[in-house]
Design a protein around this ligand. Structure first.
Ligand SMILES: NC(=O)c1ccc[n+]([C@@H]2O[C@H](COP(=O)([O-])OP(=O)(O)OC[C@H]3O[C@@H](n4cnc5c(N)ncnc54)[C@H](OP(=O)(O)O)[C@@H]3O)[C@@H](O)[C@H]2O)c1
Length: 293
């Protein structure tokens, strides 16, 4: 039986892996997050490895507050660069494997075509810069590692765009949403399944992959689909990014090409609309079970 250590386990991807865990009886799962497991603290990580002897670490820990990172550079760098560096060095010393998650925000978004893993990154935000440096830290550590870049994650857990739109719909008839940034909404549960497929493969060396759901849309189209599928009348007013200024600059297009991961692992990738249907249903069920508890 393989032991999988999930770091950042209280975040939305970590919780999505935890939800899927019963479907993977061949794995024993161990979960850690702050304050008990701090990925930037080497002594702490080593103690977890000694205690739990994992075969694979799936690193879901990250500093993900994209706008706040513009001010809080030091914390973003510590979590997104030093953290993966610590994990990679411990993984190398222990002779185990690391699966690390990165982002579409490593690209500047000027390409019309979907980005492949061979396209040159050019991040435009502190978050993107730190996530790219985190990838490099893993690559240069020389451990057995897979880095998976994903995009526009949402789920029934934590804070994300789908849940923000549903909250806004409770108090607004119309919502203004940017219509000139495109990418692929990705249900964290689908990504979690792909990561657990990779965890079952005895990979060696370093590899980089892209994983999102299939298809591409704008934030405005994503919001409209959320309202439509949730049976809400809320209307989306499409606006340009210039009318919704944010501290961090986001890529205009972060559409990712998934050929490499599909070919390497035979992963079946659902359309983003299909992921959204399932996420809305999962949120309903979660809210129902919380009410009954
Ligand atoms: N969310 C997206 O749209 C998106 C898009 C592309 C890529 N990604 C990437 O996908 C991955 C998962 O994202 P997510 O949405 O699940 O993030 P998330 O919900 O913010 O979860 C991250 C978790 O890591 C924890 N954490 C922070 N610093 C830590 C440390 N030093 N040691 C251990 N844990 C720490 C956080 O705890 P606190 O909450 O207490 O800080 C949180 O529980 C990340 O690598 C992210 O960069 C996300």
């Amino acid at each position: 039986m393989k032991t999988i250590l999930v770091t950042g386990a209280a975040g939305q991807l970590g919780q999505s892996i935890r939800k899927l865990a019963p479907l993977y009886p061949a794995f024993r799962f161990v979960y850690g997050d702050l304050p008990e497991l701090d990925i930037t603290d080497k002594a702490c990580v080593k103690a977890w490895l000694t205690e739990h002897a994992p075969d694979v670490i799936v690193n879901c820990a990250a500093y993900t507050a994209v706008d706040r990172a513009e001010q809080d550079k030091e914390t973003a760098r510590r979590v997104n660069v030093d953290g993966p560096a610590v994990l990679a060095s411990c993984v190398r010393e222990a002779g185990i494997r690391l699966i690390h998650i990165s982002t579409d925000y490593v690209f500047d978004g000027r390409s019309e075509a979907p980005y492949t893993e061979d396209d040159a990154p050019a991040p435009t935000s502190v978050y993107g810069v730190t996530k790219l440096a985190g990838e490099e830290a893993v690559r240069s550590a020389g451990c057995n590692a897979v880095v998976v870049r994903t995009a526009w994650l949402y789920s029934e857990f934590g804070r994300n765009f789908m849940k923000t739109m549903l909250s806004l719909a409770a108090t607004h008839d119309t919502v203004r949403v940017v219509c000139d940034q495109r990418g692929t909404p990705t249900y964290a549960s689908d990504l979690a399944g792909a990561l657990l497929t990779i965890a079952g493969v005895p990979f060696t060396g370093f590899s980089l992959y892209h994983y999102t759901n299939e298809g591409v849309c704008t934030w405005a189209a994503f919001a409209a689909a959320i309202f439509r599928m949730a049976g809400l009348d809320t209307q989306v007013i499409p606006i340009p990014t210039s009318e919704y200024p944010t501290p961090a600059t986001r890529p205009a297009s972060s559409w990712l090409d998934k050929s490499r991961i599909r070919q390497a692992f035979g992963i079946d990738i659902p359309q983003w609309e299909d992921g959204l249907q399932r996420a809305l249903r999962a949120l309903q069920l979660l809210e129902l079970s919380q009410k009954q508890a």
